[in-house]
Design a protein around this ligand. Sequence first.
Ligand SMILES: [Zn+2]
Ligand SMILES: [Zn+2]
Ligand SMILES: [Zn+2]
Length: 495
Amino acid sequence: MSDPYDRQRTTTRHQCRFGGPLWKVTTITPQLTPVDRRAALDRAARLRQLSEADRDAIRIAQDPKFSRWLEQVTATGGCAHPVHLSGSTTVLDGATGEILRRYDTRDEPGERLLIRCRNRRASICPSCSRLHAGDTFHLVRAGLLGGKNVPATVRTRPRLFITLTAPSFGPVHRAGELCRPRCGGGTCEHGRPLGCGTFHAPDVSIVGQPLCPDCYDYSGHVLWHAHASKLWDRFVIDVRRRLASSAGLVQSRFAHHARLSFARVAEYQKRAAVHVHAVVRLDGPDGPADEPPAWGTTDRLMGAVRASAGRVLVHTPYSPAVGELALRWGAQIDARAVRTGDDGHDDDAVAAYVAKYVTKGADETGAGIDRRVVARDDIDMVSVTPHVRTLMHTCWRLGGLPEYAPLHLRTWVHTLGYRGHILTKSRAYSTTYAVLRAERAHHVQDLDLPETITDAQWRYVGSGHTPGAALLAAGVAEDVAMNREVAREEREASQ
Ligand SMILES: [Zn+2]
Ligand SMILES: [Zn+2]
Ligand SMILES: [Zn+2]
């Protein structure tokens, strides 16, 4: 009978050293065909050729505590840069002092617990950025539809979705239509054509680049960014003032009659200028739970928003090099009423639209980069378009002028001078990120027992992943995203 594994048997006889009978020893060695031998050699070569990350991943997977490590990574949703903590939490019975529950990282892999980095940028942590976008969605949605401790009556309030743009700092190439048609042709003082008769595809790199970089107002662009948040504040104040005067109120009495709430996000356009999307809502003086006065209608809010957006301005400090600029919003102002159907579809669409923007870092939109610039030479090293690089250089140069020192422009070179948060909201708009996070933590840990004392001692011991761990965590993050997608599709299919 032939050996199914095609092994070779060798039998040897050994003389017993104490004069006993002969020992018969059979050794079985696998019979390697030339093909097998080649495969074995290939396997060895492949192992040698594996990347450092792959070999590291194999090492981690062979660790006896691997399954617990994977549980931890899964609990962070496959966070790309988890924070490592070491410590313990003990829950004691308040009356007897009996230990009800104890958790200690001493038994954990590497004696540590991994928690999420919570970065909002998809380029830095796909998993946490998705979570952050979800929180933003709920935060914006609660202000439109109620929920998360916001009363459902907010859906009957005047609510607008508005988009305010930056003004023009010079013509740029644009996609989707004939770029810059011009009958007479002609060139600027630098000899460059004043028009462009091309249809550009949306993803070509020329889109957003100025027709003439020498004509483009780079100082104006950077200074506008540096004042955009102030311009927004002036805008909100002006809307309140207009509403007050249109209702025949003294401006200082506005807060006794109504309250204006908002949530806004900033987005970089192709030309690397920020524009602002915002939800604006009018309530009674006590906020979401309070009915606005009879004069507080959607039409009146719309009128005030349009008039204020067209009118407010901010003056830059005087500079011998630049002069004094009067900065305002661009002429393109979009404002529309948010209407709630029974299914809340319009509101959902607005909330999803806003949520999408907060996960985009400056890196992804191609406008600026995700980290600070510490030296002027760094600007020449980063991979950005010539237009963005010039904006960064302008920001650095203006940041060196004493008259602009209060703007801290060199700190914001990476965001092209824009220093507002990506999402800002007024206090009464809806819930907060902190409340949403606490709600989730409560859900997961349920450590909040009545009549107990909690003793917790934690310290930071590191962050991030080794190359192999990063590979495994990315796989977990993909699985989580995939599961969520499947669940969403199933939900939609069943509706
Ligand atoms: Zn993360
Ligand atoms: Zn063009
Ligand atoms: Zn020119």
